[in-house]
Design a protein around this ligand. Structure first.
Ligand SMILES: Cc1cc2nc3c(=O)[nH]c(=O)nc-3n(C[C@H](O)[C@H](O)[C@H](O)COP(=O)(O)O)c2cc1C
Length: 341
């Protein structure tokens, strides 16, 4: 089984989830190295991107939105995800992203697709009728998708939830509307907005979406092992899986799933290699975001890498209090050494 999306040909359908504040360039590249076939940017505000072009936001804000959409050579195939509510802004953002000609753009590599966010549960977003609030307005979803499809020759994909709440599970209906409006792929996070990220997903929703549409369907939610990925594919018939939290501090999950799908076994790297990967992650974030921001933002990732290791609690607290990257490197090396001995 393989999935074709635009210029991308994906053997297993292994997607890294968009995660604002987490799936930045450094993390995406590491996940790619460990087998993520398809990457998606952190969500980008369509309106903010458009306003930057008109100079309606101050220059420092320009540095805030456009760089989120930047794609480097090693990241392709990568989609850029936009969020918003007004079809005109969504369409304009898609046009800008495809052209690569906009203020603040540092990307020479075009997105493989434009993804539309219909799943974000954050109140600041849903309060504007954006993200998962769109699930309450299927008609508007149709309008947004068709205008974005008209504005770009890139494939347009949608990322939806099961529905808004338990009484309004409408993912199959929404997926069909998106397909009729020209969407090329749908990813379903099998939880309602009401459920936020509470444990437990409804595989039946993914299966129902798969039955409702002819375009590829990617399942999402709680995939944190090769077993859970294979179970999702087998029980729902979905064409691929998208992994978010299961890849945090654990980018080799993609290789584990690929190996299992090929009938091979694959052991996660031993602790020393995991800690070396964490250090490369730290270095990448500092190189990309600067010493201060890079260090601050890397700490949560470092804590994820040490999770489950003997001595993790003390290491995590030392990481959070560290004043320099060097200090964190030493903590990681010591942890690896202590567990080896
Ligand atoms: C920290 C964080 C940030 C997220 N940001 C986004 C985002 O920008 N766009 C989006 O569509 N989903 C976002 N999500 C949702 C994930 O893409 C995914 O749908 C969700 O985490 C369920 O998958 P998982 O169980 O594999 O983590 C985010 C999730 C987390 C935990």
């Amino acid at each position: 089984m393989s999935i074709k999306i635009g210029t991308a040909d994906l053997r297993h359908g292994l997607f890294l989830a968009p995660m604002a504040g987490v799936s930045d360039r450094t993390f995406r590249l590491l996940c790619r190295e460990w087998g993520a076939e398809y990457l998606v940017s952190e969500m980008v505000s369509a309106k903010a991107l458009c306003y930057e072009q008109k100079g309606k936001r101050k220059e420092s804000a320009t540095l805030g939105t456009a760089p989120l959409a930047a794609i480097t050579e090693g990241e392709a195939p990568m989609a850029v995800q936009i969020f918003g509510r007004e079809p005109s802004f969504m369409a304009e953002a898609a046009r800008l992203l495809q052209s690569g000609e906009y203020r603040g753009c540092t990307s020479a590599v075009p997105p493989v697709a434009i993804d539309i966010n219909m799943g974000c549960p954050v109140r600041k977003v849903t309060g504007n009728g954006e993200g998962s609030a769109l699930m309450k307005n299927p008609k508007l979803i149709g309008q947004i998708v068709s205008e974005v499809v008209r504005a770009t020759s890139l494939p347009v994909t949608v990322k939806i939830r099961a529905g808004w709440d338990a009484s309004s599970v409408n993912a199959p209906e929404v997926a069909k509307i998106a397909e009729q409006a020209g969407a090329s792929l749908v990813c379903v996070h099998a939880r309602t907005r009401e459920q936020l990220y509470a444990p437990g997903i409804d595989l039946g929703v993914i299966e129902a979406v798969k039955r409702a549409v002819g375009i590829p369907v990617i399942g999402n939610g709680d995939v944190n092992s090769a077993e859970s990925a294979i179970r999702m594919m087998r029980e729902t018939g979905c064409d691929g899986v998208m992994i978010g939290r299961g890849a945090m501090g654990n980018p080799w999950i993609f290789r584990q799933i690929a190996a299992a799908l090929e009938g091979n076994s694959y052991e996660a790297p031993a602790l020393p290699e995991r800690m070396e990967t964490a250090k490369r992650h730290l270095d990448g974030m500092i190189a990309h975001k600067g010493a201060r921001v890079g260090l601050a933002e890397a700490k949560k990732h470092m804590a994820w890498y040490v999770a489950g290791v003997h001595g993790a609690a003390a290491a995590r607290s030392a990481i959070m209090n560290a004043q320099s990257a060097e200090e964190i490197r030493t903590i990681l090396s010591d942890l690896a050494q202590r567990n080896e001995g």
